[in-house]
Design a binder for this molecule. Structure first.
Ligand code: FAD
Length: 414
């Protein structure tokens, strides 16, 4: 990292990146530690309209929803969030006339609490920005360019004007291509899948009744995720070249390809959103921390969206780091000190690796054309279908309520 010559202002925590992870952490810290704990969030995207270009919708697991509820943002989006009431899993070839359902999940994690909700990213993002402002988080529309670690503080410089700010802790929430991670020389472990996820939104004639569908096709999972109204979000995995071809098709051709996979069980369908392909990969940072630095969210890990858990994993980082910082601050300890960072890293690395490898295994098991593997996995799905206790465990796992769950994800304030 380069040397910084001047320090224009200072704060306790500087968060680079105003995605879901960065903003949720900023809000949680202000609420937990009060006005004397100053938090700044820097992101060049803050100068643009909130995430209008993000077409995605996210499955928010029950634990992540509890975090949003606890930091006071859920109420504002609740009316737009679609609870997932059940889920059906099929395993078939593209041209199979029928797709038998091998596995279904239904039920609540607690009475009246769905195991996940679908919400459009741009809605959640706008509410988080508004809440961060309300809580007195300083928002800077600038990119962090580099940093210089001293004994008590880290000096962070912005790309546009070279101005600097010093903080006791720098949090890298700057996404999968984190330059902060790169400059701290933290290497990553992982690989590209050679697959892309095509994302779009469709309207359909009939009600989805809150049902999510995951069709395991040979090229990868094709997910139909219910949105409010007669609409669904599509995450459609294909080999990267095929995904690029499909995205470039005319509207009529795209519709025809989509309908081959979607089917007609919800009546006529119409594509109502733009389409975009996101390249898919798996990586986990070898370290989640360095001197006065913590990585959270996609800056620390990216996983396959097969189980819709990427953001949920990032929010587990948020909850764990916020709790480690708050506990230290209340004891008068250094919030950017090694003890805080070690605690955070111990809490999060193993869990992240386990989830990364589980999604990787699922993708390998299902995204292939082997008939032998198809028989094996269908027997496996059938066994799970007939084991209510195992299903219950999967639901709690998908809801993010297993393991050493930090306070915010249990719905408790810091
Ligand atoms: C197709 C697809 C579907 C998905 N579906 C789901 C799902 O259903 N459920 C789920 O849990 N997850 C899902 N995910 C994963 C989820 O979208 C991501 O994990 C999540 O958005 C990451 O949030 P983040 O805040 O860590 O990073 P990001 O959202 O990437 O935010 C990073 C921010 O950092 C900013 N930035 C970049 N560089 C700098 C810099 N130098 N200085 C300051 N700021 C900077 C960027 O402008 C950006 O705003 C999906 C992913 C894909 C690809």
């Amino acid at each position: 990292m380069k040397k910084t010559k001047r320090t224009d202002s200072q704060c306790d925590a500087l968060i680079a990146g105003a995605g879901f992870a960065g903003l949720a952490l900023a809000i949680a810290l202000r609420q937990g530690l009060g006005e004397t704990f100053s938090v700044s969030v820097a992101d060049p995207a803050l100068g643009r309209i909130a995430r209008a270009d993000d077409l995605r919708a996210s499955a928010i697991a029950a634990a992540a929803r509890r975090l949003f509820e606890t930091i006071g943002v859920w109420r504002a989006v609740e009316g737009e969030a679609q609870p997932i009431l059940d889920m059906a899993v099929t395993d078939s070839r593209l041209n199979d006339a029928v797709r038998p359902v091998f596995l279904t999940f239904a039920g609540e994690v607690e009475p009246g609490e769905a195991f996940a909700h679908m919400i459009e990213n741009r809605l959640l993002q706008a509410v988080l920005i508004e809440k961060a402002r309300e809580e007195g988080v300083t928002l800077c529309a600038a990119a962090v360019s580099d940093s210089d670690v001293g004994t008590e503080r880290v000096a962070v410089r912005f790309a546009d004007d070279g101005a600097a700010i010093s903080a006791r802790l720098l949090v890298a929430a700057d996404g999968a291509h984190s330059i902060i991670r790169e400059q701290a020389d933290i290497r990553i472990f992982g690989w590209d899948y050679g697959q892309s996820g095509i994302v779009t939104t469709v309207a359909h004639e009939r009600d989805h009744h809150g049902r999510a569908e995951e069709h395991f096709l040979p090229a990868g999972p094709f997910a139909i995720l219910p949105l409010k109204g007669n609409r669904s979000s599509i995450v459609w995995t294909e080999d990267t070249h095929e995904a690029a071809r499909i995205v470039a098709l005319s509207d009529e051709e795209f519709h025809a390809e989509l309908e081959r996979r979607f089917g007609l069980h919800l009546g006529e369908i119409e594509v109502v959103g733009a389409r975009r392909a996101y390249p898919l990969g798996l990586f986990v940072a070898r370290e989640f921390v360095a001197e006065r630095l913590a990585l959270i969210g996609d800056a620390a890990h990216v996983i396959h969206p097969i189980a819709g858990q990427g953001l949920n994993l990032g929010l587990r980082d948020v909850a764990a780091l916020a709790e480690a910082i708050a506990d230290a601050a209340r004891l008068g300890l250094d919030v950017g000190g090694a003890d805080v960072l070690d605690r955070y890293q111990r809490w999060r690395r193993f869990d992240t690796m386990a989830m990364g490898l589980a999604t990787d295994g699922l993708n390998r098991l299902f995204s292939n054309r082997s008939d032998v593997l198809r028989v094996v996995r269908d027997i496996g799905l059938g066994l799970v279908e007939r084991a209510p206790a195992l299903k219950g465990l999967f639901i709690r796992e998908a809801a993010g309520l297993t393991g050493d769950v930090p306070k915010l994800l249990r719905g408790e304030a810091l």
